[in-house]
Design a protein around this ligand. Structure first.
Ligand SMILES: NC(=O)c1ccc[n+]([C@@H]2O[C@H](COP(=O)([O-])OP(=O)(O)OC[C@H]3O[C@@H](n4cnc5c(N)ncnc54)[C@H](OP(=O)(O)O)[C@@H]3O)[C@@H](O)[C@H]2O)c1
Length: 306
């Protein structure tokens, strides 16, 4: 964080009592991350989680694994919870496990990975392998990746949950063309979570799926919150609107992420990054004031005007 940004941050944060040293800067101990309830279990989840696709697929390089561990450290310093991965993401699960072990498995971790195969038998093997890679005995959430073979996998996952071997069950997609199928699953299956794409540019899920999730008591994870980084590139060099201060946005990533997590149906957004300073910016979106409905409309209009 630059000195000017830091001073603004301090001025705008409702800093009250105890201040703790933090990476050369200072944050208020009371400045806790905003959380939202998982409807089916009542557990609270910080609004900003993290993704690992591409960003954590760094293979065996110890240097790169350590830089990703720094990113994880930053995530947990700011009270991070949900980490999302998948067997589809190359070495990402293993790199997450490496970092978690180095950080002594922070207690706020909410571990979420996926089953990514159409075969039920292979799915069972994959879950065992994922546990080894993450170095965990149990996942907080297992999701059927891209709805692939969901009928068979959901039976397995619901059984695991019933026996206490799994915390929550979900399905994921990032494609509008799968939304009809996703809707059918949400209407008929006792899901804890659904993961779908939602950002200020791609709001297709607002029309049916987000309302349905609220009606059915299903927690929602928003993937591709920065549209794979395209949204950041689009606003580069453009000024934030002056009223962004009223919703405690210091930078564009916070503007974009606060738009997502201020939707009442969204439980958590999962931006992915390989950069510590980016992680700090992203985690700032889970603090302070969130936009109300009228401000959300202004945010959409402002983005469209750029
Ligand atoms: N079907 C599925 O289940 C599915 C599909 C897609 C995604 N996902 C999940 O959703 C996660 C997020 O989606 P995504 O990885 O596609 O994209 P994303 O989070 O929308 O965007 C990631 C990109 O944004 C950049 N970025 C992040 N924070 C930034 C910041 N503060 N400032 C500037 N640039 C920033 C990153 O670059 P830097 O590294 O330079 O920061 C990276 O290139 C995935 O990692 C994955 O876990 C799931």
């Amino acid at each position: 964080m630059k000195r000017r940004e830091f001073l603004e941050w301090i001025a705008l944060s409702a800093v009250s009592a105890v201040l703790v040293p933090y990476s050369g800067a200072t944050v208020a101990a009371e400045d806790k991350p905003l959380t939202r309830k998982i409807p089916s279990t009542g557990a609270m989840l910080p609004l900003i989680g993290m993704g690992t696709w591409i960003t954590f697929n760094v293979g065996n390089s110890e240097r790169l694994r350590n830089t990703r561990t720094d990113v994880l450290r930053e995530f947990f310093k700011w009270g991070g919870g949900l980490i999302d991965s998948s067997p589809m993401y190359g070495s990402s699960e293993e790199v997450v496990g490496y970092g978690l072990a180095k950080l002594n498995f922070p207690p706020t971790l909410f571990s979420a990975t996926k089953v990514w195969t159409s075969s039920v038998t292979e799915g069972l093997e994959q879950i065992q392998e994922s546990k080894k890679l993450w170095k965990l005995k149990k996942f907080d959430l297992l999701q059927v990746h891209n709805l692939d073979g969901w009928e068979g996998h959901l039976k397995t996952l619901f059984k695991m949950k019933e026996s206490g071997a799994l915390g929550h069950v979900g399905v994921t997609t990032s494609h509008g063309r799968r939304h009809d199928e996703l809707e059918r699953i949400m209407r008929t299956q006792p899901l804890d979570f659904v993961q779908l794409t939602y950002n200020i540019r791609d709001r297709a899920v607002e029309s049916r799926l987000l309302g349905l999730a609220q009606d059915r008591g299903i927690a929602v994870i928003a993937n591709r919150p920065l549209d794979g980084g395209d949204l950041i590139r689009r606003v580069q060099g453009k000024p934030l609107p002056p009223w962004a201060r009223e919703i405690d946005c210091q930078n564009w990533p916070q503007f974009l992420l606060k738009f997502i997590v201020s939707h009442p149906a969204i439980t958590c957004a999962i931006p992915a990054t390989r950069v510590v300073t980016h992680m700090r910016e992203n985690m700032g979106a889970g603090r302070g004031r969130l936009p109300d409905a009228a401000t959300r409309v202004k945010m959409i209009q402002y983005m469209a005007s750029l």
